[in-house]
Design a protein. Structure first.
Ligand SMILES: C[S@@+](CC[C@H](N)C(=O)[O-])C[C@H]1O[C@@H](n2cnc3c(N)ncnc32)[C@H](O)[C@@H]1O
Length: 223
């Protein structure tokens, strides 16, 4: 595996990406964004968009939603702010600098959390997933779009090679499904609802989890 990520490397990488991000990543990853928004939108009105970046997914939410977007990168958020202003996206009620691993958000305060193309970019993906689950109301959903790396073959070799560029890219090209499955399989209040392959070339997956009531240790002993 290549050098891993830390917040400074991620901030540096996205400060470099911000001016060209939309040109490189808008169309190629748009099918996934639209599918993720459609899924999150069904879960309820209040939605937290974690790693909102330049806000490419924001126009896909309807006027009846209330979206708060957070991101570690100020340059990316500035682009999101420009998009919200130019497109008059009234459904976006806030954009703030925030770390996915330490959300300054109360427990169970959103109907859904959406994180498109984000979890492979955070230094501690499992810690971030726990944070996302914490802020979702019981009965709500977590919707992720994530690159899932190949187990074997030429793609796996390429991803291993690309993994050496992790710090420079700002994401991990190597991200096996086991990183996700080991998270939810050990969380009794989390259920995998859907895993759907997404373009381009099936490199990405739309992953949905429902969040149930937290199973406390006392309850676990009782059953
Ligand atoms: C690949 S971009 C995805 C942006 C957008 N969601 C999209 O669909 O285009 C990943 C974003 O996650 C943000 N990010 C990385 N680590 C983060 C963290 N720990 N907390 C919040 N945002 C983070 C980056 O700054 C970047 O804007």
């Amino acid at each position: 595996m290549g050098a891993d990520l830390d917040h400074k490397a991620v901030e540096r990488a996205y400060a470099r990406w911000a001016p060209v991000y939309d040109i490189v990543f808008n169309r190629i990853m748009d099918t996934g964004r639209r599918a993720a928004v459609a899924a999150a939108a069904k879960a309820g009105r209040r939605i937290l968009d974690v790693g909102v970046g330049t806000g490419l997914e924001l126009p896909y939410f309807g006027p009846n939603h209330e979206i708060v977007g957070v991101d570690l990168s100020e340059p990316m958020l500035r682009k999101a702010q420009e998009r919200v202003a130019s497109k008059q996206l009234k459904q976006v009620t806030g954009l703030c600098v925030m770390d996915a691993q330490r959300l300054a958000v109360a427990d169970a305060s959103f109907d859904a959390v959406i994180a498109p193309y984000v979890i492979t970019t955070v230094p501690d993906p499992m810690g971030a997933l726990d944070e996302l689950a914490r802020v979702v109301k019981p009965g709500g959903e977590i919707v992720l779009l994530n690159h899932i790396s190949a187990d074997s073959g030429p793609r796996a070799s390429f991803e291993r090679w690309l993994g050496r560029q992790t710090q420079h890219l700002g994401w991990r090209p190597e991200f096996p499904w086991e990183r996700i499955s080991s998270w939810y399989e050990n969380r009794p209040h989390i259920t995998l609802v859907e895993r759907r392959t997404m373009p381009p070339l099936g490199l990405f997956a739309l992953i949905r989890f429902s969040v149930g009531p937290k199973v406390t240790d006392a309850f676990k002993t009782a059953i």
